[in-house]
Design a protein around this ligand. Sequence first.
Ligand code: 2P0
Length: 335
Amino acid sequence: MTPAPLQATAQAQPNIALVKYWGKRDAALNLPAAGSLSITLDALHTRTSVCFDASLAADDIVLNGERDAAQARKVGTFLDLFRARAGVTTRAHIESRNDFPTGAGLASSASGFAALAVAADRALGLGLDAAYLSALARRGSGSAARSIFGGFVEMAAGVRGDGEDARATPLLAADAWPLEVVIAITTRAKKSISSSAGMQASQRTSPYYRDWVATVPHDLDAARAAVQARDFDKLADVSEASCLAMHAVMLATRPGLIYWNGATLDCIQCIRSLQMMGTGVFYTVDAGPQVKAVCLPDAVPRVRGALQNISGVEEVLVSGLGEGARVVEDATACT
Ligand code: 2P0
């Protein structure tokens, strides 16, 4: 048998949900209360190296050049899932870097845990399949299960108590329908309430939470059919409805979860005006103030130009759709 390489580096990209995930059926196993549907981006990257080193007494975790105890505990617990499957207790050096703002509603936890899952699998020589890696990535962050795959991806809520069926599957390859996403960054500050804490609060206190969960299967059917038919207008309709319904649940949480700022709303209104003029664009917003404008390729210059002129928009990024998480390097010793 070939020995495990010990060190592996993986790259993953964030994904943007079009049918949103907000709520859990099991917090301990991080099982979503409903499914979701997303697109994986290609222009924003997380690169993560994992190296198992028998001389280490504890995991050594560096995220974006910093050692943070709370993050390190979460990452260490996640790596334990892989160590248990490999039958080892060896500690690891982990170095992870994002080339985009972290913790600000740009899905850094999705790309982060997807990259970590793929790197840990390779470094320990586990050879787990992508579907299983997706279920493991979900333990780190629900949205990470989707970044294992590229293009259009559907996440299942699953019904099993052990959560092994709560994982993503690819729906359509990135190049089969090459949409573009224009991202308006309205602040680089980290959000004050994490998605996990926000979801739990919504579940406990939002009067709309149950109705929200009940609407998701219908939205998923509509979005899946729109993707399969490459029907942009239908995808726009269901995506905007899912986004606003999720934010309605957030707003009705006590105390209210307001992830938007003034520029967020100005961007949404701007996109609505462009739609009225026949531009192929729709908006979606996650648990943060950035606005993602999903576009047909010929709409990108107009959408980018309009969003970068809005007061409060600090930067505009453009991304196509990209691949799933993958190993980019491995080695037989830590470097
Ligand atoms: C989504 N979000 O579907 C939704 C829309 C934010 C709003 O998935 O608790 O970091 O780690 O499973 O994946 C962000 O939540 O939450 C998210 P956990 P995660 O993209």
